[in-house]
Ligand binder design. Structure first.
Ligand code: M6R
Length: 366
């Protein structure tokens, strides 16, 4: 049932190219230049009436929602807030009938996410669910459902569900933008073409798993480390850090690179590993100056950058290149080495990769 892989997590990491293809599937229309989301029942008038979007989820799905915020704001120019469900439901959020609430849940059964959905409906908002389980509670109670076709995810650590959620956000962002006319058709076609190339690009990252394994073995001897990045790289850093904590039990923190000198830099000492993501062109120089700050204090820096960019190698100790793509789409690639990092670090520490201590796959209690 693990199809020759040692663990479900590794199998699911390798299933991502297929999960991307299946989630995009028929939703990219035949011309290859537009998105068709027949499962979203909102009329163009209803879409035009949306004043704000709230994205609500837990854990990894929340991290997908952070990427979703950037995607929807950039493409559809609607203000978006992303919140963890256990906070959202108790903070008297301002939900109006002009609010679109997007709940994200792999299982569709997470108690806090379901409660947030119910609260949103009670306030008269339309609720759109992004879920991997057809017929789950979240799917049944939402007004619109975008199913991620990742297939069953068995490992507690979420991998292919997260990346399929990213694909769902790209499709939704494009769909809203098409309806609202917020970006020109040429850019939509460029993003669609970029999406279609992602599965192959993920395959090329997976083919370099041994490089990541070697880095993971070094990292696994440490008790503390940092992930840093800006913008979308920061959102991915949060996911990389959660994945590592969850299965390797190594403490790590993800930091928005520009925030380091507001306190956290005090923790940087000789030899501490720092995973630095620097894939976003417009933020590259700024991230590099933050990398220099940690290097100057003795950090051992592993840098992740886009292929073809030779600059990062000059300032970090090791680099890993992800295939070049549009900056907006990089999270769907840059998270893959971080998933492998967590996997191999957990393995090196002799942990039960698929069933980490204290955790359940589906959190159906508050
Ligand atoms: O089923 P859900 O997507 O609602 O689950 C949410 C979280 O419990 C889940 O993503 C959790 O954070 C993962 N174990 C992380 O790998």
């Amino acid at each position: 049932e693990k199809a020759g892989f040692d663990h479900f997590m590794l199998k699911e990491i390798h299933e991502q190219p297929k999960a991307y293809r299946d989630t995009m599937g028929a939703r990219l229309d035949e011309s290859g230049k537009k998105v068709a989301l027949s499962e979203v029942g909102m009329t163009p008038e209803q879409i035009r009436a949306i004043r704000q979007v709230h994205i609500v989820a837990c854990g990894t799905a929340y991290h997908a929602g952070l990427v979703g915020k950037s995607v929807i704001e950039k493409l559809a120019r609607i203000p978006v807030e992303t919140d963890v469900a256990s906070e959202y439901r108790y903070r008297a959020p301002i939900i109006t009938p002009e609010t679109l609430v997007i709940v994200v849940s792999q299982s569709g059964e997470t108690a806090d996410t379901l409660a947030a959905l119910r609260e949103a409906k009670r306030c008269g908002a339309r609720v759109l669910a992004i879920t991997n389980v057809v017929g789950s509670s979240v799917a049944r109670e939402a007004d619109d459902v975008i199913v991620t076709w990742a297939g069953p995810e068995i490992a507690v650590a979420s991998t292919k569900a997260y990346t399929s959620q990213l694909i769902a956000f790209y499709l939704l962002g494009l769909y809203l933008a098409q309806t609202l006319g917020t970006v020109d058709e040429a850019y939509i076609a460029e993003v669609v073409a970029g999406l279609q190339e992602l599965p192959e690009k993920v395959e090329s990252i997976l083919a370099q798993a041994d490089t990541i394994k070697a880095i993971a073995e070094q990292v696994s001897t440490h008790d503390n480390l940092f992930f840093i990045g800006r913008g979308l790289d920061y959102a991915v850093a949060l996911e990389g850090s959660l994945k590592l904590k969850e299965i390797s039990y190594i403490h790590s923190e993800a930091y928005a690179a520009g925030e380091l000198k507001h306190g956290t830099l005090a923790l940087i000492e000789e030899g501490i590993p720092v995973i630095a993501l620097a894939t976003q062109d417009d933020l590259f120089e700024k991230t590099v100056s933050n990398i220099k700050e940690v290097k100057a204090r003795g950090a051992h820096v592993f840098g992740i950058h886009a292929e073809g960019d030779a600059e990062l190698a000059k300032v970090v100790d090791h680099t890993f290149a992800i295939p070049a793509t549009l900056p907006l789409l990089t999270p769907a690639l840059s998270v893959v080495p971080l998933q492998l990092l967590a996997y191999y670090a957990s393995l090196a520490r002799g942990n039960d990769v698929d069933k980490p201590r204290n955790l359940a796959k589906s959190v159906t209690v508050e």
